[in-house]
Design a protein around this ligand. Structure first.
Ligand code: PXL
Length: 271
């Protein structure tokens, strides 16, 4: 079995975080492992408001040691880190175990949670983790934070941010969420390898059930890399995977709905 790991938060509701990552790895036929950084919970008694409980430093280090020293991986991704020590430990293990296929999903905000999680962590993530990343997968907000480009409201601004993000060390970048640009009605994302821009487009699925879409996309890119795809081919396959997942999203309750990564398997098994 090809092995892959996520360093991410647990989303107790199951749609995002390491739960989304492991489901995605499974669909790609990989052996998935997880080091939990924080536990995110949602409160049904106060409008599904989020709470984040960090896992202690010793427990996180012990998990990373299990995964990277005890087993080894073909690829890894990181998601919500939540604390300075989680960023530093991620840097230590990705660099110490020479993980080249490292996907940095710089999670800074949860859909529905409104504002940024720990604004003070964003600079640390940029400085310590971008230089290790085969690819970073920010959404528009995260791309603004990583690049310093304000108000990304056009493809040109996405390109400007992509250039700055690769200049900070990430070998490639995939800026997601171009569908949120003004007057945009296709699901358009931007890939940049430091030389050439490529727009990755799909028709927009009009749905509000998108919880976990960012996590799933980054996990699918990491899974493609683990299987030996080039970075751009891994991005193209991930785009198809997330499009299929979003086309089968569903309401979990009155507040939230995730995509459905198993839609991919069903399409391929039964069509
Ligand atoms: O979708 C961003 C995200 C990432 N990781 C965890 C989360 C969320 C959003 O809820 O809970 C653990």
């Amino acid at each position: 079995m090809v092995k892959i790991a996520t360093i991410a938060g647990s989303d107790a509701s199951g749609g995002a975080g390491l739960e989304a990552d492991l489901k995605t790895f499974e669909e790609y036929g990989l052996y998935g492992m997880a080091a939990v950084t924080v536990i995110a919970t949602m409160n049904p008694d106060s409008g599904w408001s989020h709470q984040v409980f960090p896992v202690g430093e010793a427990a996180l280090r012990a998990q990373l040691n299990t995964v990277f020293k005890g087993v080894g991986v073909a690829a890894a991704k990181s998601g919500m880190l939540g604390t300075e020590y989680a960023v530093e430990l991620t840097r230590e293990y990705i660099s110490g175990y020479n993980v080249k296929n490292y996907v940095l999903d710089p999670v800074m905000v949860c859909k529905g949670a409104g504002e940024a999680l720990n604004p003070e962590l964003n600079a640390t993530i940029a400085a310590k983790l971008l230089p290790l990343a085969a690819i970073a997968t920010p959404n528009l907000f995260e791309a603004e934070q990583l690049s310093g480009v304000r108000d990304i409201t056009s493809i040109d601004k996405m390109k400007e941010a992509a250039k700055i993000i690769t200049s900070k060390g990430s070998r490639n970048v995939f800026i997601k969420g171009g569908s949120k640009l003004p007057n945009q009605n296709s699901a358009i994302d931007l890939f940049y390898d430091g030389k050439e821009f490529k727009l990755v487009e799909a028709s927009l699925i009009k749905t509000t059930w998108t919880h976990g879409a960012g996590c799933t996309t980054a996990a699918a890119i990491a899974a493609g890399l683990a299987q030996g795809l080039s970075v751009f081919d891994a991005v193209l396959l991930a785009k198809r995977f997330i499009t299929s997942s979003l086309s089968a999203g569903f309401a979990l309750n009155q507040w939230v709905g995730p995509g459905n990564p198993s839609a991919w398997r069903k399409e391929h098994l039964y069509s």
